[in-house]
Design a binder for this molecule. Sequence first.
Ligand code: NDP
Length: 335
Amino acid sequence: NRRIVLAKRPQGEPTPADFRLEEVPIAALKDGEMLLQTVYLSLDPYMRGRMSEAASYAASTELDQVMIGGTVSRIVASRNSRFKEGDLVNSFSGWQEYQVSTGMGITPLDPRIPKPSYALGVLGMPGLTAYVGTLDLGTPKAGETLVVAAATGAVGSVVGQIAKIKGLRAVGIAGGPEKCEYAVKELGFDACIDHRDANMPGLLKQACPKGIDVYFENVGGAVWDAVLPLLNTHARIPLCGLIAQYNATSLPAGPDRSSQLMATFLVKQIKVQGFIISTYYNRQAAFINDMSIWIRERRIKYREDITKGLENAPEAFMGLFKGNNFGKLLVQVSE
Ligand code: NDP
């Protein structure tokens, strides 16, 4: 069994030296156990938090332990009466080729999922995040303007398309002209701004002539600075992620602007709601129902960025923080 463990805690951006590929034997199955082979491994920004020792909503990965991660896995041997060989399941096997499991936390793939890999993306955790954040926390109303950054990524691409389904103006922010063109032409965003453009704040203002009613926050940093002055009274901010600062080792330089920020929230009566998707699994049934229909009707389009081979997972993961991925990032670990 080849697996990738956390070799070292990153200082700032993760580097190849923070990971170690190793090979270990697979234990013989006991009664009640089964052997899972990883087919797809999901790579997600939250994994950066688990590599760090800083306190968070979930425990850190210990040094020399397998990197955690959601997987779609195949049951290759089973001594568990609830599961049979050959079936595909949702698992949390992490960055490894095989895992011995008791079946705890393992669920069969929903039959409405058209492609197994979708269970890790548009019909999995990132899709649910977009659904809950946009609909439940963003409370969108037709005619309003929604802005989302990382607009072609796993979460952001779905956020913008749900906004369109609900009759809003959807404005994306993404890295580079190719991603922006895809957001508008393929995903149906009304506009998309390149965050690397020196005039990003000015372009965003032009793209939001009636201000911003819902800002789905994925990024933080310079994007947030450009959004803040454009927020309307009663704007909602589902605070989903802050990827621009996950590798930060200190606070940004410059004057402390938190008092100005609080004043804006006060006078514009802005509602900011941080959320961690594991709190919202009660929305899973409604989500799978709506999302599988939207995909079937081609109202939600979805792109995957699949790297082959477990050994390439660290490189692919590090690329998330540079915008190297174009669509939901996955590793295909086996056929
Ligand atoms: P994506 O597929 O969107 O990949 C990450 C993207 O972030 C990159 O491709 C890049 O896109 C963008 N990015 C990276 N660094 C920066 C930067 N400095 N400034 C601007 N953009 C940057 O990832 P996900 O859809 O999986 O995740 C999106 C966000 O949602 C993350 O912040 C993640 O942590 C969060 N999340 C939160 C959850 C929760 O429960 N709260 C659950 C799932 C995700 P580009 O090239 O366009 O800049």
